[in-house]
Write a protein that binds this ligand. Structure first.
Ligand code: IPM
Ligand code: MG
Length: 372
């Protein structure tokens, strides 16, 4: 298969981890005989430094002309600590999601058996965790009208949703549930918010077309608690933009490191793959960032294009690294291995063709069922 991939490494540790994802995709190219053409472009703080714009037109055009976008990370403390900044790196990512129509953000949360002891949560609580968050990504409070009064003393952000925005992601989430354990939990705040009540009405109605899927409702505050108390109760979680942002960071704690969680953002015509973590500025250039979330995002890319065996080979290689203790210090403070050691190891084992042939399901950390 020929794929044009726009590579947007972004800020902080973004370039370091994205480089390892590229190395893995190149190993897949060689091993399986595909052609992936990578074209790099700036986004985020680095793009502001270069052009004044966190999403330069040339970057956006490249993404639109590509089959997929591989994204590193975004953000820089110099903007975080300056509430008056008019231009911010995050605007680049948000605009990119909006322009590419990436309305559905898919974030699988699964405990790797080899890492169960690394979690700050008790083993017996988190065993068998395997859920996927469907986060609406181009609506809600992130994109509603913003207001700041002239005296700077009053501000508001509007949380607005249309039925259409809710139903298109709801269908994807129900379809995903059908390929998994037939359970969908809508997370909202319908006891307080009108927009959440719309979500309930729309999702309940759509649920009638998926009779095999059990539909549950949870208020977001309760969901945040349940996710830590008993994460294995969840299969597919469907939620709006900001709740999904918060819950997915919380979900990352279950597996022991935010450096492990990948994501796919998909729309009608485009798809983007990125780790859920941020730019981790304190680690920039130190070769300590965990590349696994980025590498697993590359596996989601492969899966998105139907390259199941290739995705499984990447995931199998990740599992091998974890089993061998070939991990960065976030997972093992004694570890001497850096971002590039872990990435080279994983890329290097993708071609061990004998290993991935006949993979059993247990070895596949990211089942196809979690990815559309
Ligand atoms: C995420 C990030 C982004 C978000 C930021 C960087 C704008 O936290 O992808 O979860 O809030 O969506
Ligand atoms: Mg987030």
């Amino acid at each position: 298969m020929k794929l044009k991939i726009a590579l947007l490494p972004g800020d902080g540790i973004g370039p370091e981890v994205a480089a390892q994802a590229v190395a893995c995709l190149q190993a897949v190219e060689e091993t399986f005989g595909h052609q992936f053409e990578f074209t790099e472009a700036p986004v985020g703080a680095i793009a502001i430094d270069q052009t004044g714009d966190p999403l330069p037109e040339a970057t956006l055009d490249l993404c639109k002309a590509s089959d997929a976008v591989l994204f590193g990370a975004i953000g820089d403390p110099k903007y975080d600590n300056d509430p008056a900044a008019k231009v911010r790196p995050e605007q680049g990512l948000l605009r990119l999601r909006k322009e590419l129509g990436l309305f559905s953000n898919i974030r699988p949360v699964k405990v790797f058996p080899t890492l169960i002891d690394k979690s700050p949560l008790r083993k017996e609580r988190i065993a068998n965790t395997d859920f996927v968050i469907y986060r609406e990504l181009t609506g809600g409070i992130y994109f509603g009208e913003k207001f700041l009064s002239e005296d700077g003393n009053t501000a508001s952000d509007l949380c607005i949703y249309s039925e259409e925005e809710i139903s298109r992601i709801a269908h994807l989430a129900f379809k995903a549930a059908k390929t998994r354990r037939n359970k969908l939990t809508l997370v909202d705040k319908a006891n307080v918010l009108e927009s959440s009540r719309l979500w309930r009405r729309v999702v309940t109605r759509i649920g009638e077309s998926y009779p095999e899927v059990e539909l549950h409702y949870l208020f977001v505050d309760n969901a945040a608690m349940q996710m830590i108390l008993n994460p294995s109760q969840f299969d597919v979680i469907l939620t709006e933009n900001m709740f999904g942002d918060i819950l997915s960071d919380e979900g990352s704690v279950i597996g022991g490191s935010i450096g492990l969680l990948p994501s796919a953002s998909v729309g009608e015509t485009s798809a983007m793959f990125e780790p859920i973590h941020g730019s981790y500025p304190q680690a920039t250039g130190k070769n300590i960032a965990n590349p696994i979330a980025s590498i697993l995002s590359a596996a989601m890319l492969l899966d998105h294009f139907g390259l199941d065996e290739e995705a499984a080979a990447v995931v199998s290689s990740v599992n091998k690294a974890l089993k061998k203790g070939m991990v960065t210090p976030d997972l093992d403070p004694q570890s001497k291995y850096g971002t590039d050691d872990v990435g080279h190891f994983i890329a290097g084992h993708i071609s061990d063709s004998d290993d991935f042939k006949g993979l059993n399901q247990e070895n596949i950390g990211l089942g196809k069922s979690t990815i559309i």
